[in-house]
Write a protein that binds this ligand. Sequence first.
Ligand code: ADP
Ligand code: ADP
Ligand code: MG
Length: 451
Amino acid sequence: MTLKRVLIANRGEIAVRVVRACKALGIESVVAVSTADKNSLAPQLADRAVCIGPARVGDSYLNQNALLAAALGTGAEAVHPGYGFLAENPKFVKACEENNLIFVGPKSESVEKMGNKLAAREIANQFGVPVVPGSPRIARFEDAAEVAERIGFPLLFKAAAGGGGRGIRIVNQSSELKNAFQSASAEAEAAFGDNTLYMERYVVSARHIEIQVFGDKDGNGIHLGERDCSMQRRYQKIIEEAPAVMVPDKTREAIRAAAVTLVKGISYHNAGTVEFIYDEERDEFYFLEMNTRIQVEHPVTEMITGIDLVQLQLKIAGGETIPYRQSDIKLSGHAIECRINAESPQNSFHPSPGRITRWDPPQIEGVRLDSHCFEGYVVPPFYDSLLAKLIIHGQDRQDALVKTREALENFKVEGISTNIDFLRFLTNESDFETGHYNTRWVEANIDRFLP
Ligand code: ADP
Ligand code: ADP
Ligand code: MG
């Protein structure tokens, strides 16, 4: 069975990305838009657009009833959730299932199981996948002191429902426990409506390594290699690359195998990402979380595998099995992705919405741009600040790096502030050139960019 019509329950670059995949497969696309997005790119490219409510996300992109009504009312048989918003909300996935709508993603049980990080840690444990030494739920900060004694400092408070780097606080010594607990708990409540926290040992010299996986209805499970997303600011990714650098091949294979064990173990269906922390000093890796959706940085994997991951998601949702065996997956060259955001590094990285008066991306071979922006587009103040993803494929890492620098040099945006200068700084650093960076590199070096 091939899908005929899909509702896209998202906005921005990922809505455009899904529309393109639908077109390539001959599937009709219907984009759900808020009033603030009526004139954006995705509804212009799609076969149809349906307004689901006002700008505020609670009234539109998080409004389950409006989205279900949009899907049913337009005769869509499936819903693609993109990332963020309702992509990992088990209630929404269940509601789709109950309305006979195919959710382009895993079954609601999988989203439920892996959506809560505490529950996911348990499952990883059960399949012999190592997790970061940590705690169960910490209900009161008084309980934290005891756990801190056991796992040692530095440590992190993390939100069980967390995502997008929110609800995470580092604690260096016991005097900081109370404040960190309270602010993590408040942020988690505000961002996810769930203030459940737990603790993990903080891996000081860490690389973020994640594995792209797929599963299907016959219980097949494969990986498509890893991505290194260690260039981060405040636990949020800025630059991603594939394959990972500076990880010994033996460890790389062990991480990939652990991810596949998990996918098969939970009979996972469709695309997912298993995230790990790699401890450089100990040459050990630990499960962090599983994202049960397409990831922002999926294009770097597409560049080195030659496989369109969103098309594959749609095919599997339509009932197909994975058309590859593990041995069919061949990785070629190196890919780097830079996240271009509407934000002002000079002004504490504050969002910078407004009208784009010049949008002049680089025209260079081997450079791909995933974006919903154009000259004259007004970036609304209500949503994520991601404007574009600049994706570069090279024969090897050095080739990709040279092209990345050239592309960033030739990317001109006016009317709003962007982080392009910051990305130029990062990619010109010798530590980036040699691959010697970890998740704390930005924090340790930002003073040289912003004196
Ligand atoms: P990725 O893991 O794909 O790199 P990010 O962590 O950057 O994704 O998140 C992508 C988008 O999804 C961001 O807008 C982020 O705020 C949002 N997001 C991620 N996880 C959640 C969640 N659990 N709840 C709500 N929004 C989320
Ligand atoms: P989110 O759901 O917000 O993406 P993650 O658990 O994936 O949360 O963690 C986000 C980032 O925080 C990681 O990529 C890493 O940089 C950092 N981090 C998380 N847990 C640890 C840890 N135990 N030690 C060191 N860094 C960590
Ligand atoms: Mg994560």
